[in-house]
Design a protein around this ligand. Structure first.
Ligand code: SF4
Ligand code: SF4
Length: 473
């Protein structure tokens, strides 16, 4: 690889100059097939991101992450602190998913799905191109003294950035406190809810800071996923890669001369036009190999393809490929390894979805009252006293609730009522007696199964211990 001896790119990151100051990146506006595809994907994702907190399923917000009140909705399924174990399993499955996905497909997520990349490259950067112009104009503007043009452009850009940051902060808040509450706060007037207003201002400030100033440094310095790449990628992972075998050949890369016979000259196909570097939003030269800074945004693929077309060389000098593909000069194929990973990823997603659907809408806990012994009753009955706690995770009241013994013959008597209602999203607690015929006990500590019914519908089943005398063992 030409300039391979110059490994000094490893000593610094793309966003710092030699003095260690911020090197502001002015990426050239990407054009090309991949950029177009990414635009369409970003439209869908942005629409989803903005709409999700306002979509309701069965009265539940589609996505809600109310950390303060510990209320979470995922795909319209409400989660309670009691469902925490599902969260833990989901998190573990998610971690395994991310590791396998990255080993197989590299940083596909960063380039196509990550909200940071979507907002930065597909929203804020495009506004910048619209107001400031392309790379050359942006550089000129940055060097310009504060004249009328610069003041006008900068104020317009910062104002638009602020408005979008404010919008994102509102949507973020809708995810946190719920869209209904957000709308109510807005209609009440923000001064009625000062603490929420302060949070909104802080979120707006954070988003503005990230997208107007901090930018690609989020991916390079802050993002833990980005920093894990060195450990997760191997030479079979699919990444945006420069084909150094083709690009350098025996004579290395060289500028293109009109009418030259590139093939016969022994020069590589890279015409050293620097377009792949100019277009890179993280300021790196992909020809130095896979680097931590690369978010796999595909901009360099498009830029290089345009140059290859212009000089009549085959496209794909920079492309999605694994290191092994490039070394062995093989084409990208859906190898058994990739198929295997895809199957495992599919299974993991099914497990997650299955867990969401299999979760119960009602949580029932019945415990023996501490310190109470069993009691003899007439007709050879033995009675134990319990407390019950039922949680309704749905948005509707559950009415006409009663208990039935499933494992033994006997009675369940709720203290001071026959049936009761569990309020929507609420809880019902109380005391109950379980009475069993002493003859039906198999030991001094039987497990009894109690079903919870709403009318004739069985909505939950739970188990609890029943104490009896030792003589009946
Ligand atoms: S190297 Fe290419 S894919 Fe990676 S961030 Fe830069 S332009 Fe995007
Ligand atoms: S865009 Fe392609 S041809 Fe131009 S410098 Fe980059 S790799 Fe070489």
């Amino acid at each position: 690889m030409a300039e391979q001896g110059k490994d000094n790119f490893r000593d610094t990151i793309g966003t710092l100059n030699e003095e260690g100051d911020r090197a502001w990146i002015f990426p050239k506006k990407p054009v090309g097939k991949w950029y177009e595809y990414r635009k369409y994907v970003s439209y869908v994702l942005l629409a989803f991101l903005f709409a999700a907190p306002f979509i309701k399923i069965g009265g539940h917000q589609f996505l809600l992450f109310n950390v303060l009140e510990r209320r979470f909705n995922i795909f319209g399924f409400p989660f309670w602190p009691q469902d925490f174990y599902i969260f833990v399993i989901m998190m573990l499955t998610g971690v395994v998913f991310i590791i396998l996905f990255t080993v197989a497909f590299g940083r596909l997520f960063c380039g196509w799905v990550c909200p940071q990349t979507i907002f930065m490259e597909m929203v804020f950067r495009r506004i910048e191109y619209w107001i400031d112009g392309d790379r050359g104009k942006q550089k000129r503007l940055a060097k310009m003294p504060w004249n009328k043009e610069k003041i006008r452009k900068r104020s317009l850009k910062w104002f638009v950035f602020f408005v979008i940051s404010f919008l994102i902060a509102n949507v973020f808040l809708a995810y946190l406190i719920g869209s209904d509450r957000l709308i109510r706060y807005i209609t009440d007037g923000p001064m009625e809810h000062l603490s929420t207003l302060v949070s909104l201002v802080i979120f707006t400030g954070v988003f503005y800071f990230v997208f107007a100033w901090f930018r690609e440094q989020v991916c390079i310095i802050v993002c833990p996923y980005g920093r894990l790449q060195g450990a997760l990628l191997d030479n079979k992972s699919i990444v945006v890669a420069y084909d150094h075998k083709r690009g350098e050949k025996e004579e290395g890369r060289a500028k293109f001369k009109k009418n030259e016979d590139r093939e016969a000259s022994g020069k590589g196909d890279c015409i050293d036009c620097h377009q792949c570097v100019d277009v890179c939003p993280t300021g790196i030269d992909i020809r130095n190999g896979t680097q931590l800074e690369c978010v796999n945004c595909t901009a360099c693929i498009d830029a290089c393809n345009i140059m290859m077309e212009a000089v009549d060389l085959p496209k794909g000098l920079i492309r999605y490929a694994s290191e092994e593909n490039i070394e062995k000069k093989t084409k990208f194929e859906f190898t058994p390894r990739l198929k295997g990973y895809t199957v495992v990823l599919g299974i993991l997603v099914s497990v997650l979805v299955g867990m969401l659907f299999l979760r119960n809408d009602v949580e029932a806990d019945i415990f023996r009252l501490p310190g109470q012994l069993y009691e003899y009753k007439a007709d050879n009955l033995i009675s134990n006293v319990y407390t019950y706690k039922l949680i309704n995770k749905t948005n509707a009241d559950i009415e006409d609730v009663r208990f039935e013994l499933m494992s033994h013959k006997g009675n369940v008597e709720i203290v001071s009522r026959d049936t009761f209602t569990i309020p929507a999203g609420g809880m019902a607690e109380g005391t109950l007696f379980v009475e069993l015929n002493a003859g039906s006990l198999s030991g001094d500590k039987d497990k009894v199964v109690i079903a919870v019914f709403s009318g004739d519908e069985q909505i939950e089943t739970t188990r609890t211990a029943f104490l009896g005398p030792r003589t009946y063992k």
